[in-house]
Design a protein around this ligand. Structure first.
Ligand code: TXA
Ligand code: MG
Length: 363
């Protein structure tokens, strides 16, 4: 199963998160033990899992995703006690963070233990560790009884998957199996917190907010990218700290233009941009909160709704599926805007900025 050059048949196992999916779990565990690849749901996005202690299995993750080896993988364990299997030392802040945020969407960067092969950590001395809360992820970790390395189950640079169908769209025939547990609930990836830095720094904002982290770490540093609020301000320090935090990521096929504003000014900019593109004969789509769709109703623009504008959890849950839904419509241009930088707004801001590449615009 480690021969990544051979075409594979990817099995889809439907799993009810509330039941005990013993038969499906047994299949998944057998694949993992043999060095194969199993995609599974976490509360954030679907992960592409392999035995984190098996270097060749971990390497096949990179091959399936076409991911460069300088982008380290997150290792998943079922609870805090298992962190000691993957981390060489556990900083004093870790137990309180674990008690407060695990299981959940927080990844801690810790010194790497020898049991985790270098390839998992892009050759570095640290390892990202997370305890996911999704019942299927929990059941799989406990049944497999090994730490599971799992990046998001998408091809490199693509939008992260929040359903099994998204996983298959990118990886069918490249992985052994996907456990289909329905749509994920958080919808954007975990917050990556570097505990080897002093003070600790957020490398990637995500499902645990900066405000929540501040309750335990008052001097926690925000992501470096928010200090230079424009992506064209140059390569930011976070890119060097975390090779995977590329400026262009999570990207749709269509040109995505993101206006860094909200409500009326953002809608006016979107309308003007849509009209200009339509005049050029382009096919245009927009990602909008429910209440804002009416503003474009007079134009032939494909709309994907994100949920109520005051519900950032729902917008986060819908973002990637809405982006994929529009991208499947062979559009030339997709327009949207940011949702502030408070709470989950910061993770949305980060993902939209990276998905837009250089097309992130002030209003
Ligand atoms: O929510 C999530 O975090 C999902 C689910 C499946 O757990 N996983 C995920 O993995 O988003 P991935 O590989 O797509 O993104 C993890 C990012 C990488 O881009 C990498 O830069 C960063 O976390 N990372 C992982 N290990 C690191 C390390 N040792 N040092 C710095 N950054 C690291
Ligand atoms: Mg990813």
């Amino acid at each position: 199963m480690t021969d990544t050059s051979a075409p594979r048949v990817t099995c889809v196992l439907h799993v009810n998160p509330d039941g005990t999916p013993a038969a499906a779990l047994a299949v998944a565990v057998e694949i993992l033990r043999n060095g194969g690849l199993v995609a599974f749901p976490t509360e954030t996005v679907y992960g592409l899992g392999a035995d984190a202690t098996n270097a060749s299995a971990a390497m096949s993750i990179f091959a399936a995703k076409e991911r460069p080896f300088n982008d380290p993988l997150i290792v998943h364990v079922p609870d805090f006690e298992h962190v000691f299997q993957v981390a060489a030392t556990v900083p004093s802040l870790a137990p309180a963070l674990a008690a407060h945020f695990w299981p959940g969407p927080l990844t801690l960067i810790l010194p790497r233990a020898a049991a985790i092969p270098p390839v998992v950590a892009a050759g570095g001395s640290t390892v990202g560790v997370r305890v996911p809360s999704h019942p299927i992820a929990q059941a799989l970790l406990r049944a497999a009884d090994v730490p599971i390395a799992a990046p998001s189950a998408n091809r490199f640079m693509h939008t992260s998957p929040t359903t099994a169908a998204h996983v298959l769209a990118d990886l069918d025939g490249r992985i052994d199996c996907v456990l289909d547990g329905g749509p994920t609930t958080v919808g954007v990836e975990s917050t990556v917190l570097d505990l080897t830095a002093d003070p600790p720094r957020v490398l990637r904002p995500g499902g645990v907010t900066l405000e929540e982290l501040r309750t335990l770490i008052p001097d926690v540093q925000g992501p470096a990218s928010t200090a230079s609020s424009r992506p064209d301000a140059g390569v930011d320090a976070a890119v060097e700290r975390a090779p995977g935090q590329m400026e262009r990521h999570y990207a749709p096929r269509a040109r995505l233009v993101v206006f860094d504003a909200q409500e009326a000014p953002a809608l006016a900019a979107i309308r003007t941009e849509a009209q200009a593109a339509l005049l050029r004969g382009e096919r245009v789509g927009a990602l909008l909160p429910d209440e804002e769709a009416a503003a474009l109703a007079a134009l032939p623009v494909a709309i994907a709704l994100l949920g109520p504008s005051d519900d950032l959890a729902e917008i986060s849950r819908q973002l990637y599926a809405a982006l994929r839904q529009l991208d499947a419509q062979q559009l030339d241009l997709i327009l949207t805007h940011t949702f502030g930088t408070q709470g989950m707004g910061l993770a949305l801001w980060d993902r939209l900025r990276r998905a837009a590449g250089g097309r992130f615009r002030a209003v």
